[in-house]
Design a protein around this ligand. Structure first.
Ligand code: HEC
Length: 109
């Protein structure tokens, strides 16, 4: 009985951990999905295949169209608002984590 409880507890911890980490494949799909915005564009329309964002994962500060952004999440939301005319994502949402994981993966190739 006790082993079952321990195994269940570990599976739960593992499942929660997996849900919190960003998923690169899902992030890539979102990156190329026009549903993040309202103007028919996706991130990939301007950053095809993530091109040009290879260094973004390691940056602490961003300057996009003359505006400073203090984190990768802010930079992503800035592009969602301005470039896609969409609603910004919550910084701790799964979608944001997935997109950030995808962008960070670009620099590791
Ligand atoms: C209409 C074109 C356009 C679209 C669509 C767009 N961006 Fe951008 N993005 C830019 C421009 C222009 C810059 C600033 C120049 C640069 O760094 O390439 C930029 C910069 C960035 C940066 C900072 C890069 C750096 O190293 O400073 C990130 C991160 C980024 N975009 C992510 C995204 C994401 C994620 C999406 C989709 C939600 C997106 N962009 C959609 C045009 C766009």
């Amino acid at each position: 009985m006790r082993t079952v409880v321990i195994i269940l507890a570990f599976s739960l911890i593992f499942a929660v951990g997996a849900a919190q980490a960003g998923n690169v494949e899902k992030g890539k799909a979102l990156f190329n999905d026009t549903s993040l915005g309202t103007n028919g564009k996706s991130c990939g329309s301007c950053h095809p295949g993530g091109g040009g964002l290879e260094k973004a994962g390691g940056k602490k500060e961003f300057n996009i169209m003359g505006k400073k952004q203090g984190s990768l999440e802010e930079a992503v939301n800035f592009c969602i608002k301005l470039a896609l005319k969409g609603k910004p994502l919550k910084e701790d949402s799964q979608k944001m984590k997935d997109i950030v994981a995808y962008i960070r993966s670009l620099g590791k190739k």
